[in-house]
Ligand binder design. Structure first.
Ligand code: SAM
Length: 229
């Protein structure tokens, strides 16, 4: 079935607002409902992609809480916290670790309008010492109840929506794909619109076909593939 122009317009509208300079790194966050809720929040806020360091031999898994958001927010896996942080730093992101340490500051006192990565820790243990030592700034969400910490997905949502609020107030939320390299934008739009064709192109080592203004593929494809579009 051809992609409907209305669906294509919606994909474009969502991609136009994605932020490449706001992300999360999840260190050993494991429970499917937490990973799912976090990716769903990333999608809602407009986070382009998320990052994770998984325990050895474990793959991130999602459940219905995600509502399919894992399709729209890729979760990149890294071999270690150090490797992940190095890669995020190379992208120019300032790294905020959620860590209830003496040096941690109230998240509301921070400026998240610049390139920002939040690092969240495991459900039971929190951030590893190794990771906590490598962040640029430790932050916390003040608590005034009997329980010491929030659920990790709630903490993530609190921080991401604060970053979004600050960016909206500063007029820094993209509306037309600003901050995304045009080639990357085109590739992502194609992958979102035609995931099966995109996978085939990658397997064949071919560039993605061009799309017309309504999202239709402008070149002819093998019949079996066309039937799956
Ligand atoms: N016992 C763990 C500890 O001491 O860190 C609790 C881990 S908590 C359930 C899981 C993760 O949620 C934390 O590593 C942190 O990333 C985030 N988190 C929970 N409460 C938070 C808070 N009040 N401020 C900032 N982050 C918080």
């Amino acid at each position: 079935m051809p992609l409907l122009p209305r669906r294509f317009a919606r994909l474009q509208a969502v991609l136009n607002r994605r932020m490449a300079n706001l992300t999360v790194l999840l260190e050993h966050v494991e429970k499917p409902h937490n990973l799912s809720a976090i990716l769903r929040t990333c999608d809602a806020v407009g986070v382009l992609e998320a990052h994770a360091v998984c325990l050895e031999g474990r793959l991130p898994t999602f459940n219905s809480t995600a509502q399919g958001s894992q399709k729209w927010v890729p979760l990149h896996r890294h071999a270690s916290a150090a490797a992940a942080l190095q890669s995020l730093r190379q992208q120019g992101l300032r790294i905020y670790g959620t860590h209830l340490s003496a040096g941690a500051v109230d998240y509301r006192s921070c400026d998240f309008t610049g390139p920002t990565a939040f690092v969240l820790g495991a459900e039971k243990w929190g951030l590893s010492q190794e990771c906590a030592a490598l962040v640029d700034q430790a932050i916390l969400i003040p608590m005034s109840g009997m329980v010491q910490s929030l659920n990790v997905s709630v903490a993530t949502a609190t921080l991401l929506f604060e970053a979004l609020r600050q960016r909206q107030a500063a007029g820094l939320v993209p509306s037309a794909g600003e901050g995304l390299d045009p080639g990357r934008y085109r590739a992502l739009l194609f992958e979102w619109a035609y995931p099966e064709v995109a996978a085939w192109c990658r397997r064949e080592g071919r560039p993605y076909p061009e799309l017309d203004g309504e999202g239709a593929i402008t070149e002819s494809l093998p019949r079996t593939l066309r039937l799956r579009c």
